[in-house]
Design a protein around this ligand. Structure first.
Ligand code: FRU
Length: 587
C-alpha cells in the first residue's frame, strides 16, 4: 500500500471506530465520567482479578441503570459492550483513588459492533452458551408449539464473565442445537437483581394480562429475596414487570427460584420454591395472590447445603400403568461429588402436598457439572424435558474461558423405571432432537480387550459416539480418553456390580475440579452385564448416557487440546469394545 493510501485507510479506521470521540473526564479521585459516545456501544476493558467498581448509565440527569464492573487496572482480559443511546453518559465510581491511572482509559473505545464470534478453543459448538459474559442457571424454559420454538432464559451477567448483575438473558432454538441470542429479557429493577425462576403460558388469561401472556416468576434479589412476576405479550421476547411486585415474601433469607406448574388436580396454578433447606408449595388463581399449601424437606435427602431450584412433575413408570411424582432439588454445596448437584425424590402429590416414598438421597447425574436442573414448560407430546447448567459453584467463576463463561447441558428426556429389586429411579436420556447431530462416520472399531489394553485413535474434534461393552470374562472395563499432553478423563464400568466409576484430573482449573474414583450408585442393574453408552463430546464437555437411561454423567473438560485416543483395558479376562465415532452435523 502506498503511504497516502495507508494514511487514508488509518483515518477511515479511526473515524469508523470513533476511537477519538469519547470524552473521558477524570473527575476527582475514584470517579471517571465517559461521555460523547456517537456509536452504539462503549467497549469497556475488563480485568477479572481487580475489585469491582460501579458504573451508572445516566441520561438527562436520570440514572437509567447501575451495574458493577471490573475495569482493567494493569491488563485487559477481555472487553464488554455497554449499549448507549441518545447521549447516555457513563459515570464510574470506584473505592480506588487511583481509578484514573487504570490502563482501562487507554483501551476503552466506542463502536457500532461487538465481536462475539466463536474464537476460544473451549467454546461449545452444539451446547448453548452465552454470546459473551457470564451465565448460570437455565431459567423459564418453555416450548412455543405455534412457532415450534424452544425458549431458554438464563442467569446472565452482561458486564463480565463472572457472577454478578443478574438479569435474564434469552435464547431461542427450533432444534435444541442451534441457539439464537435474543439479548436481555428481564432486567434488574427497584426490587433487586433478577434471580432464577420459571415461565408459563396463561392461555385462559386468569392473570388478566392478556390471552396467552407468557408469565415469568422469579426471585427479586434485593435486601431480601422476594418473588416477582413479569409478563410478555409478544410470546416471550419482551417483559413488563407487574406493578404490585413482589407477590410473595418470607422471612427466610434463602427464599428463591420459583417454578410454576399447572395444578390439574385443583384447576389453578401452583409454585414450588426453595426456602433454606426445604421447599414450599403455594397456589394461586391469578398469579398475583398466593396461598401457602405445604412444605417438604425436613428429614429427607441431603442437607449439607442450601436447597435451590426445585421442580415437580409427574411421570409414568416405564412398562406399567403407574404414575408417580418427581421432586428435583438442586443443592449447593453438599453435592455427592463435592459442590453442586441435583438430588431427587419420588413420591405422591395430591395437589397440596408432596409425600416422598424414599428417605434416602438419590442423585440425578453421575457427574460433577450438572446443576440447577429444571424442566421445560409445555414440552411437546407430554414429554418431560430438562436442562442443567453444566458447571459447579466450586470453580464456575474460574474455568479457563474469557469472553463467555458457562454452558448448558444437552436437553434430557426424563422417565421413571423400577429396578429388579422394585426400587424406582429416574431415567435420563438425551432428547431425540439430538439424533440429528450424528453426522458422517469418522471411526468404527471393534476389538477384544484384555488386561494389556487396546488403543484406538479417534478424531480430535467435537463428535458423538456409540460405545458397546460386551463382557466375555472381564470384571471391569476401563475407558480412558486422552491426548498426547497427558490430559485424561477415565471411566470404569464394573460388569458384575453394574456400577460406574469416574476420574478426572484437575486440568489446571483447581483442586476441586479433580474427581477421584467416584463410584456411582445406583447400579445400572440389567439382565445381562453388557452395557452401551451414547457419548457426546464438545469442546469443553463430555456427557455419557447409558442407552436405557439408567445413568448419565455430565462433566466439563479442559484438555490443552482435544482427546485423540481412547484406551480400553480389562482388569482380568476379556470384553469386547465396539465404538462408532461420528462427526457433529450442524446443518
Ligand atoms: C443457583 C442459584 C439460585 C439463584 C441463582 C442466582 O445456582 O444460586 O439459587 O437464584 O443461582 O444467580
Amino acid at each position: 500500500m502506498k503511504a497516502t493510501a495507508k494514511l487514508v485507510f488509518l483515518f477511515l479506521l479511526l473515524f469508523s471506530s470513533g476511537v477519538y470521540a469519547l470524552d473521558i473526564r477524570f473527575s476527582g479521585t475514584g470517579n471517571v465520567i465517559v461521555s460523547g459516545c456517537k456509536s452504539r456501544y462503549i467497549i469497556l476493558p475488563i480485568e477479572e482479578s481487580v475489585e469491582e467498581c460501579t458504573a451508572e448509565i445516566i441520561n438527562g440527569c436520570i440514572k437509567k441503570e447501575s451495574f458493577t464492573v471490573r475495569l482493567a487496572k494493569n491488563n485487559v482480559d477481555y472487553f464488554v459492550p455497554v449499549l448507549v443511546r441518545g447521549g447516555d453518559v457513563l459515570n464510574i465510581i470506584s473505592a480506588d483513588d487511583r481509578l484514573g491511572d487504570y490502563i482501562c482509559w487507554k483501551e476503552v473505545y466506542e463502536s457500532d459492533t461487538f465481536d462475539t464470534s466463536n474464537k476460544e478453543i473451549y467454546r461449545p459448538v452444539y451446547h448453548h452458551s452465552p454470546l459473551y459474559g457470564w451465565m448460570n442457571d437455565p431459567n423459564g424454559m418453555f416450548y412455543d408449539p405455534v412457532n415450534g420454538l424452544w425458549h431458554l432464559y438464563y442467569q446472565y451477567n452482561p458486564y463480565g464473565s463472572v457472577w454478578g448483575n443478574m438479569t435474564w438473558g434469552h435464547s431461542v432454538s427450533s432444534d435444541l442445537i442451534h441457539w439464537e441470542n435474543k439479548g436481555r429479557a428481564i432486567n434488574a429493577d427497584a426490587w433487586g437483581m433478577i434471580f432464577s425462576g420459571s415461565a408459563v403460558v396463561d392461555t385462559a388469561n386468569v392473570s388478566g394480562f392478556g390471552r396467552n401472556a407468557v408469565i415469568a416468576m422469579y426471585t427479586s434479589a434485593g435486601k431480601s429475596q422476594t418473588q416477582s412476576i413479569s409478563y410478555s405479550l409478544d410470546g416471550g421476547y419482551t417483559f413488563i414487570p407487574y406493578t404490585n411486585n413482589p407477590v410473595l415474601t418470607d422471612s427466610n433469607p434463602d427464599f428463591r427460584d420459583p417454578k410454576l406448574f399447572y395444578n390439574r388436580q385443583r384447576g389453578l396454578w401452583s409454585v414450588i420454591l426453595s426456602c433454606g433447606q426445604q421447599v414450599k408449595f403455594y397456589s394461586s388463581k391469578d398469579f398475583k395472590h398466593w396461598t401457602f399449601d405445604s412444605s417438604f424437606g425436613t428429614g429427607y435427602g441431603c442437607h449439607d447445603g442450601v436447597w435451590e431450584c426445585p421442580d415437580l412433575f409427574e411421570l409414568p413408570v416405564k412398562g406399567t400403568k403407574e404414575k408417580l411424582w418427581v421432586l428435583l432439588v438442586n443443592i449447593n454445596p453438599g453435592g455427592v461429588w463435592g459442590g453442586s448437584a441435583t438430588q431427587y425424590f419420588i413420591g405422591k402429590y395430591d395437589g397440596y402436598k408432596f409425600t416422598s416414598i424414599q428417605k434416602d438421597v438419590k442423585w440425578m447425574d453421575a457427574g460433577k457439572d450438572h446443576y440447577a436442573t429444571v424442566s421445560f414448560y409445555g414440552a411437546p407430546d407430554g414429554r418431560t424435558m430438562a436442562m442443567a447448567w453444566m458447571s459447579n459453584w466450586q470453580y464456575a467463576n474460574i474455568v479457563p474461558t474469557k469472553q463467555f463463561r458457562s454452558q448448558n447441558s444437552l436437553v434430557r428426556d426424563l422417565g421413571l423405571y423400577k429396578d429388579i429389586n422394585g426400587v424406582y429411579w429416574l431415567s435420563v436420556l438425551p432428547s431425540k432432537e439430538y439424533d440429528k447431530l450424528s453426522g458422517e462416520k469418522l471411526n468404527k472399531f471393534e476389538s477384544k480387550v484384555g488386561s494389556d489394553g487396546v488403543v484406538v485413535s479417534i478424531k480430535d474434534a467435537p463428535s458423538v459416539f456409540n460405545l458397546d461393552l460386551k463382557n466375555i470374562s472381564a470384571g471391569k472395563a476401563k475407558v480412558e480418553l486422552y491426548n498426547d499432553d497427558n490430559d485424561t478423563i477415565k471411566f470404569v464400568y464394573d460388569f458384575k456390580a453394574s456400577s460406574f466409576l469416574l476420574e478426572r484430573g484437575d486440568q489446571n482449573v483447581s483442586a476441586d475440579f479433580a474427581v477421584k474414583e467416584f463410584v456411582y450408585i445406583p447400579k445400572i442393574k440389567q439382565k445381562y452385564s453388557d452395557v452401551s453408552f451414547d457419548v457426546f463430546l464438545d469442546n469443553c464437555s463430555l456427557e455419557i448416557f447409558e442407552t436405557h437411561g439408567r445413568m448419565s454423567s455430565t462433566n466439563l473438560i479442559f484438555p490443552k487440546k482435544m482427546y485423540s485416543h481412547i484406551r480400553f483395558t480389562s482388569d482380568k479376562g476379556y470384553f469386547t469394545a465396539n465404538i462408532l465415532q461420528r462427526a457433529v452435523n450442524l446443518k
